[in-house]
Design a protein around this ligand. Structure first.
Ligand SMILES: Cc1cc2nc3c(=O)[nH]c(=O)nc-3n(C[C@H](O)[C@H](O)[C@H](O)COP(=O)(O)O)c2cc1C
Length: 206
């Protein structure tokens, strides 16, 4: 039987729960990996794993990093609606987030301090990957060029201002959350929807 109750939230309950999930699962490195699904130009779904980087409480936004040359970028330009699925194995919880993505690249003057802060948080190998050849291109054709580009990165590596133009933040604004908990008997499932700037919560049948 489905139990359903509606009430308006004056605090963001799902976000508080997500922060607890992140904390309670921090012993498992894979807990920072989530799956992002977008829709391609043929209207087919495409899903891939990304590293979760930050949660901005004030805007209910999840931040990830990517390369602007990757396929997901043109897909997001065409259709910015997307879903994230994220499983936490210690607490046995799944979050499914529905929302829209903004791409924060070198062109947004007002977001450069945020972009730089994220760039500086990266390891050298992670920074270097943004100077490689275009993701998805044949390596066999480009191996010599690639080693030139890595060398170029090594030369500028000491300069903290040298953010690769290929480096972008994905800013995922959450509008709906489906939170399934398998660590309870019976399992519990809640849906949170953003309506008129307020979160509405439903308890639904798992
Ligand atoms: C564990 C893991 C973590 C990953 N983290 C990222 C990431 O943070 N950002 C990213 O763009 N790709 C990341 N990838 C690679 C993506 O899954 C994907 O292969 C790549 O971004 C190209 O996707 P696209 O062609 O759909 O754009 C990761 C892959 C794995 C397996």
């Amino acid at each position: 039987m489905t139990y359903k109750s509606n009430h308006k939230q004056d605090k963001n309950e799902w976000l508080e729960r997500l922060q607890s999930s992140i904390f309670e699962n921090q012993s498992r490195p894979e807990s920072k990996y989530l799956q992002l699904a977008t829709v391609n130009q043929k209207n087919h779904p495409e899903v891939r794993t990304l590293v979760f980087r930050e949660c901005l409480e004030s805007s209910s936004t999840l931040i990830m990093h990517t390369d602007i040359r990757s396929d997901k970028i043109s897909q997001i330009h065409t259709q910015n609606c997307a879903q994230i699925c994220w499983y936490f194995s210690v607490t046995r919880e799944q979050y499914r987030f529905t929302g829209s993505i903004k791409i924060i690249d070198a062109s947004q003057d007002d977001k450069q301090s945020q972009r730089k802060q994220h760039w500086l948080s990266l390891s050298t190998p992670a920074k270097t990957s943004y100077f490689w050849q275009t993701p998805g291109e044949s390596l066999a054709l480009n191996q010599a060029k690639q080693s030139d580009e890595v060398n170029r990165y090594n030369i500028i590596n000491d300069d903290n201002d040298s953010i690769s133009d290929n480096f972008a933040l994905l800013s995922f604004a959450v509008s709906e959350v489906d939170h399934l908990q398998l660590n309870t008997t019976p399992h519990t499932r809640k849906r949170y929807q953003l309506k008129h700037h307020l979160w509405q919560e439903d308890t639904i049948n798992p």
